[in-house]
Design a protein around this ligand. Structure first.
Ligand code: T4K
Length: 386
């Protein structure tokens, strides 16, 4: 029998939904905050969450922030990268915040291509872009898939470059048992509502050295050392006590959410196996997954943009997929003139940008929801012209 279309969903099915613990638990966690009268500026909930996450993420040092973008920005500054003429090599296949952070530090982003399997920054392409003005490398563990951390470690050491990672999606990612937080000089995590672990808005920076932690802790609180001393032109990038309290509660529910996501992913894998023209991205051997996004690659060419056709068609079923990360950052009007931004310099990134589709993936989906989404994909792929 030819594939049949499922009925449309009554409510939109988004790529993600925040993990929402029972409200009563959140209220209970807020009680000591209220009783203390201390709402921000490194209060008790902030301190205990920082310590808990440092341990959980296996970070040598860790600081909390009001969001991931500020964590990245403060991290790049604290690593001592000189504004003005320094270049930082990065990927175009990412959320705008990665490249914006480099720009906001007064540094020049330089684009290099990505690896065809992991879709992370490719060390070989990076090596070709290193020049006299290069001061650092900023990789992205995109969708929680880790960069080739060993290759970057030797590249950075050989050329004496700072090495930072945007690990916005990489909460819990480990490589052969070793957490990603232990690679590079600094790794940023995002705790935005759309992330597996979240504090509504929030983020963290994991760091190799105690000196960098000391620097970012100053930078995120206006550069204030004490009542009499302001050491640096810092900014306000703090996480408040309500966010920290929420983080503690979300942590209690994280393992259950991870288990649900594992089961959902297995159901998608089974349903989409052998469907012509689509394949799911997989974690490489030895990698423990962050379970952040579920990404489909839809074979596409400029004359047959099947990914875009599927993205549009699924909206008829109220399935709101996203094309993370299309368009590439290198194509934004503000960045298209940067070194390495020409399409011929980034063939792998352009192909990936044309093929990826992020599917609904969160613990609130039932098995029936997944089956319905799969059925819609199967029906629409079969209906697309060859
Ligand atoms: N680096 C990378 C690689 C990143 O992906 C990000 C953020 C950053 C850096 C910066 O980290 P932060 O400074 O944000 O901590 C969303 C998130 O806002 C953003 O944090 C995230 N990456 C990005 C991949 O996704 P949008 O523009 O797609 O958000 P939006 O509002 O369209 O939300 C996506 C879907 O999530 C919605 O369709 C429905 C659902 N949703 C969203 C929110 C906010 C909910 O169900 N509830 C909610 O409260 O950027």
């Amino acid at each position: 029998m030819p594939p049949q279309p499922p009925p449309p969903f009554e409510h939109p099915q988004f790529v993600t939904r925040p993990l929402l613990p029972p409200l009563a638990e959140v209220m209970q966690a807020l009680e000591p905050v209220w009783a203390s009268g201390w709402l921000t500026n490194a209060g008790a909930a902030h301190q205990s969450l920082e310590a808990r996450l440092q341990q959980l993420l296996g970070a040598p040092h860790l600081s909390l922030f009001g969001n991931g973008t500020l964590a990245l920005l403060m991290g790049l500054r604290a690593l001592g990268l000189k504004a003005g003429d320094g270049e930082v090599i990065t990927t175009p296949f990412t959320f705008p915040a990665t490249v914006h952070a480099i720009q906001w530090c007064g540094l020049t982003p330089v684009f290099a291509d990505i690896h065809p399997h992991t879709l992370c920054l490719d060390p070989h392409s990076v090596a070709q872009r290193i020049g006299p003005r290069t001061v650092g490398i900023l990789g992205v563990h995109v969708y929680g898939l880790p960069c080739d951390v060993q290759a970057f470690e030797s590249l950075a050491a050989r050329h004496r470059l700072a090495l930072a990672y945007d690990g916005a999606h990489a909460f819990g990612t480990t490589i052969r048992g070793r957490p990603v937080a232990q690679w590079g000089d600094a790794t940023m995590y995002s705790f935005h509502a759309t992330k597996l672990f979240h504090t509504a808005e929030g983020g963290a920076l994991a760091m190799r050295s105690a000196h960098t932690k000391q620097q970012v802790d100053l930078l995120k609180n206006f550069g204030i050392v004490d009542e009499n001393t302001v050491a640096q032109p810092g900014i306000n990038a703090k996480l408040n006590e309500m966010q920290a309290a929420l983080g503690h509660v979300v942590l209690q529910h994280l393992e259950a959410e991870r288990q649900r996501r594992q089961a959902i992913r297995a159901r998608y894998e089974k349903g989409l196996q052998g469907v012509p023209g689509v394949r799911l991205l997989h974690m490489p051997e030895g990698v423990e997954d962050s379970l952040q996004y579920l990404v489909l690659r839809v074979a596409s060419t400029p004359s047959q943009p099947r990914r875009d056709a599927l993205h549009t068609a699924l909206k008829r079923y109220n399935i709101i997929t996203r094309r993370y990360f299309h368009p590439l950052c290198s194509t934004y009007p503000c960045y298209q003139g940067l070194p390495g931004a020409q399409p011929q310099d980034l063939p792998v990134a352009h192909q990936a940008g044309a093929e990826v589709l992020t599917l609904p993936f969160h613990g609130g989906l039932s098995e029936q929801d997944v089956d319905r989404i799969v059925q819609a994909i199967v029906f629409e792929m079969a209906a697309l012209p060859d």
